[in-house]
Design a protein around this ligand. Structure first.
Ligand code: MG
Length: 157
């Protein structure tokens, strides 16, 4: 078995859609980034790539490449998971923590789980997502951005 971790932060800005876990969440701001800035998918992608020993999201999908501009990060996550599968691994399970002061995310978690498990063709019990605030502390606590941490376990196919 191989363990991997991923961590991602994006700044919240007006005029952007808020996409997390492949789901559009109603909010007055969205995450800023070259892609759709879905920090859940980015953290999971890095966890999967790390566990497989295949580098990082920035190496595979550079944010200087115009072909990734505005792309759904679900596509990047799927591509990373295909690379891990080609290396001989399948996802045992993954656990994700979203750190956001606002909006309230727990009501959207079931939709995120359904979207991600469908995209990766995973059983429901393979993925877990939870959300927490930073209790008003630091940049995340001031609502300037959203951070996501993910760990995953890859097991041999
Ligand atoms: Mg990112």
């Amino acid at each position: 078995m191989r363990i991997g971790q991923g961590y991602d932060v994006h700044r919240l800005e007006s005029g952007r859609k808020l996409i997390l876990g492949g789901v559009e969440i109603p909010f007055e701001k969205g995450l800023l980034g070259h892609s759709d800035a879905d920090a859940v998918c980015h953290a999971l992608t890095d966890a999967v790539l790390g566990a497989a020993g295949l580098g990082s999201i920035g190496q595979h999908f550079p944010n200087t490449d115009p072909c990734y501009k505005g792309i759904s990060s679900l596509i990047l996550l799927k591509q990373a998971y295909i690379l891990a599968q080609k290396a001989g691994y399948t996802l045992g399970n993954a656990d994700v923590v979203i750190m956001a002061e606002a909006p309230k995310l727990m009501p959207h978690v079931p939709h995120m789980l359904a979207t991600l498990t469908t995209a990766l063709e995973l059983p429901a019990h393979a993925l877990h997502i939870k959300a927490t605030t930073h209790e008003g502390l630091g940049a995340i606590g001031r609502g300037e951005g959203i951070a996501v941490s993910a760990v995953c376990l890859l097991v041999p196919i």
